[in-house]
Write a protein that binds this ligand. Structure first.
Ligand code: GLN
Length: 456
């Protein structure tokens, strides 16, 4: 009741939800009844959670932020959603996003623009902007997001919440509307690292419905946070952190840089050594990502043809009906990505763009491997600036893409990354939040969460 009343009070200003559940209180009452009868309930019993709208929910519309799926109701839950429900979570609704996850501000939603709760004239980031804003505005206890090139981490940074992008394959993608299948990951946004750890243990694990989900055991992440020796003044003793040199140079806002440097000093004060580490091919990641992600998207989005799902335009002839449905159903940015992707994959250009980008991807993976042999964790800002104004980059796609340069490489390498708030920079009435990105080796979520918990 508390969360719902807060949601209804703040939603006219924040606009983070595309759909609010009508059954949440009923589901909560059912859990109360079970508790009253001493029946078993799961570890998330009664925890109010919001879900990004590109994740399928059988009892709520799932639009992916696109007109082409307006009103679409999937026949099943995404595995991550099903697991949360089985653990007792109560779903409060579906959150806004850039259409199919393509964007960095949530302005690319076909339905509404979400505001950053810290300053309503600014974007919450994207594409999981609705989820980040909902957590920041305390409309829910935590929210699911998805991250193909930064879509959990950048909104977490802009909204001052914790965000985790797990290792590729740690969480099943079954029921996630595919954007770029080799990069897509489901993760979460929450108000603490501990909450994040609890959610990850519930969501992670092998799933027969997703052949890329990992068979690796799922640790009880939260348990490993609790026995910390908080009495020790140097809990990071012996650890090596490396700040990625290529992310703290020119083009990064001074306020952001000074908060990252303060965070590094704080980490040193906890006993670790912090040095700068260079990843020589770092700057090639962004162009490679903007070839590979649209290439995969152009193929994944071929399924929206007006026949199988959602919206269908009028037209009595099949091919023109396909064209009309896609023409009217997709927004501008999605069309731009489909064009870029099909171009990059077309005969004659494939070698020059797609193949070459795959080669860059391998180099980026190698760079990370080397840097993580010498360092326990890599650090970087999440984005070059704090939250920008609504409309500021709306007509500047390239400017929007450039803002992703600190996050996309992590997806190209499939690694886990945790974002924890590290302070406020100037802007708005209350200052604007900035997050610190901590990157680890594959399947080292436990380590990131432990260190993030001590840092926050
Ligand atoms: N902003 C990036 C893009 O538009 C990343 C989006 C995401 O992670 N879904 O592709």
């Amino acid at each position: 009741e508390d969360y719902l009343s807060r949601l209804h009070e703040t939603e006219p200003h924040v606009k983070s939800f595309l759909y609010v559940s009508e059954k949440a209180l009923e589901e909560a009452a059912e859990l109360d009844r079970k508790l009253g009868n001493n029946e078993e309930v799961g570890p998330l019993a009664g925890v109010p959670i919001a879900v990004k709208d590109n994740l399928c929910t059988h009892d709520m519309p799932s639009t992916g932020g696109s007109r082409i799926l307006e009103g679409y109701r999937p026949p099943y839950d995404a595995t991550a959603v099903r697991k949360l429900r089985e653990a007792g979570a109560v779903l409060l609704g579906k959150t806004n996003l850039d259409e199919f996850g393509m964007g960095s501000s949530t302005e690319g939603s076909a339905f509404q623009v979400t505001s950053n709760p810290w300053d309503l004239s600014r974007v919450p980031g994207g594409s999981s902007g609705g989820s980040a804003a909902a957590v920041a505005a305390r409309q829910c206890a935590a929210a699911l997001g998805t991250d193909t090139g930064g879509s959990i981490r950048q909104p977490a940074s802009f909204c001052g919440v914790v965000g985790l992008k797990p290792t590729y394959g740690r969480v099943s993608r079954f029921g996630l509307m595919a954007y770029a299948s080799s990069l897509d990951v489901i993760g979460c946004l929450a108000s603490s690292v501990l909450d994040t750890a609890i959610l990850l243990s519930v969501m992670a694990g092998e799933d027969k419905s997703d052949a890329t989900s990992s068979k690796k055991d799922v640790p009880t992440y939260a348990a490993s946070l609790l026995p910390l020796n908080l009495a020790s003044s140097k809990p990071f003793e012996g650890l090596k952190f490396g700040i990625i040199l290529e992310t703290i140079g020119e083009g990064v806002n001074d306020g952001v840089l000074s908060l990252i440097r303060d965070a590094a000093l704080h980490i040193e004060a906890l006993g670790a050594t912090v040095t700068e580490v260079s990843l020589p091919t770092f700057s090639k990641g962004l162009p490679a990502y903007y070839v590979l992600a649209p290439a995969e998207a152009s193929s994944n989005l071929a399924r929206y043809d007006g026949v199988r799902f959602g919206f269908r335009a009028d037209g009595d002839e099949l091919v023109s009906m396909y064209g009309q449905s896609r023409g009217q159903g997709f927004g501008l940015e999605v069309k731009r990505r489909i064009l870029m992707g099909t171009y990059a994959l077309s005969a004659g250009y494939y070698e020059a763009f797609y193949r070459r980008s795959q080669q860059v991807r391998t180099l980026i993976q190698k760079d990370f491997r080397t840097a993580l042999e010498e360092n326990d964790v890599l650090l970087s800002p999440v984005a070059p600036t704090a939250a920008f104004k609504i409309g500021e980059k709306a007509n500047d796609p390239l400017g929007m893409y450039v803002g992703d340069l600190m996050t996309v490489n992590v997806n190209l390498a499939g690694l886990p990354a945790l974002v924890v708030p590290c302070g406020l920079t100037e802007g708005g009435r209350h200052g604007l939040p900035v997050g610190l990105q901590m990157i680890g080796n594959a399947f080292e979520e436990g380590k990131l969460l432990r260190l993030g918990h001590l840092f926050e």
